[in-house]
Design a protein around this ligand. Structure first.
Ligand code: FAD
Ligand code: NAI
Length: 475
């Protein structure tokens, strides 16, 4: 007889494993199926995020920033480094160790929560009385049944026709995180989050990086003022960002990739690169789920069709994370996973899409929550803006990292915070205060009246809130 569970989660990325943990906490017998393999063929739960996304990219961003600082920033602090050299193999090894620590941590958490883990591919077999039969194909093949199914199968890198990934010369995020020697010339198609983060890593390690972006605007989803500042700073660092290009034929020779493109002025250009990263967005992954067996509906873009509560068209089948609409972010996937498990338990799980923070881990970091100034203008919302530069913050000066600012947008009448945008040191950590404030529907004045530790970067947040009312104290 096949094993049966209250909840079966297909996919062990941040959406899936967190949903499984919450379901188990709520008393459900729970299974999690994940097919990711480590280099020895063993289980490597954590999905894109842990294996080829958030975690390894942040490990390399950290390592490459240390290297960059040792080469360029330490001298200002009176620290002289002689004979600085890069051991890329060690840097990549460390990144792999960090990934493995996370894989092992997740396996431990699944065990701790008494979740049955199946290493293999999960697919719908058929509907059975009171649930679904799921086949698992891996080292061994077996069938399990589920009353509730949570699909969290994530996403894959979008392929640019004519530039299919070979992970040797034309790289997705997977190859971009494992280049064995620093390319002299690195091409990047797409100036989005991956393009800028990975472009920054390899530039810091010595590559000449050219980023080719199709849109005429840089970081269109980011507040314009912040995006402008980011463009200025990243260009100064050495990223050659070409906007408004049209990519033409891409050809490969043994050791190089040639990209024909038309620049914003309409002039034909040719770029020859040692490696090419293609980072033009991601597509939902439903390969191998056998959705036809049960009639699970996808939308026209291949995402699993869900309502606001992550319910699919099938009774007791839910979907979360990158495989459904909304931002492709690990913390969004996690929040949806928790909310779905709670809904299965009859509770009122909730995800507030208005307060999902975004972070781009370049240097300086860019982080934001809520509306941008251009969105408020387009929506005709009357607002007040206030900003404060890190240049005027004592802690930033002491750190030697004074680029960027904190910017607040608040409702013109009620003073409610509508958006907070940060470019600067530790923006990824500073944004948490803004998320809390917006979750509690705080006003800019609320933040301005809160005592912030001195000297700290968070004082820039307080000062930006004060700036909304034109009463900064230190600027
Ligand atoms: P995934 O993490 O993709 O996990 C899906 C899992 O399901 C995978 O393990 C897959 O093998 C498994 N699977 C798929 N189909 C089946 C099946 N049929 N049977 C069994 N298993 C299956 N987000 C952030 O918030 N912060 C960041 O800093 C960040 N950095 C990123 C950097 C890069 C380079 C990339 C590519 C992405 C980054 N992201 C980041 C995005 C983040 O990785 C995703 O939003 C997140 O992983 C989505 O989680 P998920 O659980 O929906 O899917
Ligand atoms: P993206 O959507 O962030 O950026 C893709 C860029 O490619 C866009 O600027 C787009 O205009 C451009 N583009 C698309 N087609 C093009 C073409 N044919 N020619 C030239 N340019 C083209 O996607 P990206 O960078 O691939 O990342 C995917 C997702 O992964 C992100 O949207 C984000 O959700 C997630 N992610 C999150 C991170 C974080 O939270 N720090 C880090 C990395 C990824």
């Amino acid at each position: 007889m096949s094993k049966s569970f209250d909840v079966v989660v297909i996919g062990g990325g941040p959406g899936g494993y967190i949903a499984a943990i919450r379901a188990a906490q709520l008393g459900f017998s729970t299974a999690c199926i994940d097919e990711w393999k480590n280099d020895k063929g063993g289980p490597a739960p954590g999905g894109t995020c842990t294996n080829v996304g958030c975690i390894p990219s942040k490990a390399l961003l950290q390592s490459s920033e240390h290297y960059d600082h040792a080469g360029h920033a330490f001298a200002e602090h009176g620290i002289e480094v002689k004979g600085l050299s890069l051991n890329l193999a060690q840097m990549l090894k460390r990144k792999d160790t960090v990934v493995k620590q996370n894989n092992d941590g997740i396996l431990f958490l699944l065990k701790k929560n008494k979740i049955s883990f199946f290493h293999g591919r999960g697919a719908f077999a058929k509907t059975v009385d009171g649930g679904y039969e799921i086949s698992v194909t891996g080292a061994t093949a077996e069938s399990i049944t589920a009353k509730h199914v949570i699909i969290a199968t994530g996403s894959n890198a979008r392929i640019l026709p004519g530039a299919e990934f070979d992970e040797q010369l034309i790289l997705s995020n997977t190859g971009a995180l494992a280049i064995p020697s620093v390319p002299k010339k690195l091409g990047v198609i797409g100036a989005g989050v991956i393009g800028l983060e990975m472009g920054s890593v390899w530039r810091r390690l010595g590559a000449e990086v050219t980023v080719l972006e199709g849109l005429p605007t840089f970081l269109g989803a980011v507040d314009e003022q912040i995006a402008k500042e980011a463009h200025k700073l990243m260009t100064k660092q050495g990223l050659d960002i070409k906007l408004g290009v049209k990519i033409g034929a891409i050809t490969k020779s043994k050791n190089a990739v040639t990209v024909n493109y038309t620049d914003a002025q309409g002039t034909a250009q040719v770029g020859v690169f040692d490696k090419l990263i293609v980072s033009i967005g991601r597509v939902p992954n439903t390969i191998g789920l056998n959705v036809e067996a049960v009639g699970l509906q996808l939308d026209e873009r291949g995402f699993i069709n869900v309502d606001g509560d992550c319910k699919t068209n099938l009774a007791n089948v839910w979907a979360v994370g990158d495989v459904v609409r909304g931002p492709m972010l690990a913390h969004k996937a996690e929040e949806e996973g928790v909310a779905v498990a709670e809904r299965i338990a009859g509770q009122h799980g909730h995800v507030n899409f208005n307060t999902i923070p975004w972070v781009i881990y370049t240097s300086p970091e860019i982080a934001w929550v809520g509306k941008t100034e251009q969105q408020l203008k387009a929506e005709g919302v009357a607002y007040k803006a206030g900003s404060f530069p890190f240049m005027a913050n004592g802690r930033a000066r002491a750190l030697g990292d004074t680029s960027g600012m904190v910017k607040f947008l608040a409702d013109a009448k009620s003073d409610e915070i509508l958006g907070v945008h940060i470019i600067g040191p530790m923006a990824s950590e500073l944004i948490a205060e803004a998320v809390v404030a917006m979750e509690f529907r705080a006003s800019a004045e609320d933040i301005a009246r809160i005592c912030h530790a001195h000297p700290s970067l968070s004082e820039a947040t307080k000062e930006a809130a004060l700036a909304v009312d034109k009463r900064t104290l230190n600027f």
